[in-house]
Ligand binder design. Structure first.
Ligand code: S3P
Length: 174
């Protein structure tokens, strides 16, 4: 079984994925971390040195590589992964996908307070004053892709543990 977590930046894909992996006794892979390891460069360095188009090509390449193998795992995608090329089609044909849906307000609060803002190339240079409008537009563009996941989980106000439990119940009953 392959389980994929998708959603916008700061939706909790990685932290929920780790919890869920423990719960279901499956291995956990974070796509950004995988890309970074394979390319021997951090995600910000890939964006800065090679550009976003290069990153998107590699993102699709490594997504395919992971989905084409027979291993079972929980995979946390990057926020943009489902929105490029034929990635979404691939995701839904190979796996059970879960959209971790966080509201604009909560996303803004998390991202503006995040110590990791500099590690997220798309928002690293955006001031907190402009960040909310950026997220609002970005969510508007990306939500139609996210909404095509096989399941949608509202994450606002829930702990990682509660979200992992909710997903675990859906998987076990399917
Ligand atoms: C991106 C989100 C990041 C990372 C890259 C691009 C995006 O992942 O893949 O910086 O396009 O939203 P997280 O969602 O884990 O921050």
């Amino acid at each position: 079984m392959k389980i994929i977590l998708l959603g916008y930046m700061a939706s909790g894909k990685t932290s929920v994925g780790k919890k869920l992996a423990k719960r279901l006794n499956l291995s956990f892979i974070d796509l950004d971390e995988y890309i970074s390891q394979q390319e021997n460069l951090s995600i910000p360095a890939i964006f800065n040195e090679k550009g976003e188009i290069y990153f998107r090509r590699k993102e699709t390449y490594y997504l395919k590589e992971l989905l084409n193998n027979s291993q079972n795992f929980i995979l946390a995608l990057g926020g943009g992964t489902p929105c490029y090329g034929d990635n979404l089609k691939l995701i839904n044909s190979y796996s059970n996908s879960f959209y971790l849906k966080r509201s604009l307000e909560s996303t803004y609060i998390k991202l503006s307070k995040s110590k990791n803002k500099s590690k997220r190339p798309l928002i690293a240079t955006i001031s907190n004053i402009d960040l909310k409008e950026f997220i609002a537009k970005h969510l508007f563009e990306r939500s139609p892709y996210y909404e095509q996941a096989s399941n949608t989980i509202i994450v606002d106000g829930k702990t990682k543990k509660e979200i992992a439990k909710e997903i675990g119940i859906i998987i076990k009953s399917s």
